[in-house]
Design a protein around this ligand. Structure first.
Ligand code: DQA
Length: 150
């Protein structure tokens, strides 16, 4: 049976350090914990999940370019690049599928330089402030929408 939906989750700089990175802000879960949770949901629902993390802007841009035609949705936590990267914004804008921006923390409650996202204007939706649950909510939302549009 074909996959219900193909989702690629892209994680940006320093998210490989979750678990030990500023746990008061980002919680105690590791990125591997989030992947395990998301993968369990996708497996149960018949969706396929790609998952990657990179500390590099160029690798992130290339990954988004190469996702074209292979994935229906991108779920992206671009981490610090969210606030600065025009190349990332441009890559997301040309991805033909749909996109959700995710953040663990509520960026609007934090330092002023985090309040602006370069990518929010080119994605379909944003989930933020729920810690690791932000990823779960994004994945569940994508799956629900895929089911509705069948
Ligand atoms: C983050 C928020 C960003 O401001 C920060 O640079 C991160 C993580 C989040 O998930 O809350 O690395 O994207």
């Amino acid at each position: 049976m074909p996959d219900l939906v193909k989702i690629l989750v892209i994680n940006g700089p320093n998210l490989n350090m979750l678990g030990t990175r500023e746990p008061k802000i980002y919680g105690a879960d590791t990125l591997a914990d989030m992947e395990t949770r998301c993968r369990a949901i996708c497996d149960a629902e018949g969706a396929s999940l790609g998952w990657m993390q990179t500390n590099g802007e160029a690798e992130m841009v290339t990954t988004i370019q190469q996702a074209s035609g292979k994935f229906d949705w991108i779920v992206i936590n671009a981490a610090g690049l969210t606030h600065s990267s025009v190349p990332l914004r441009d890559a997301l804008a040309l991805f033909p599928g749909r996109k959700i921006e995710v953040h663990l923390s509520n960026i609007h409650k934090r330092e002023p330089f985090r309040h602006h996202s370069m990518s929010s204007a080119v994605v379909d939706g944003v989930v933020l402030g729920f810690g690791g649950m932000s990823y779960v909510m994004a994945i569940k939302g994508v799956i629900d929408m895929a089911r509705e549009s069948r």
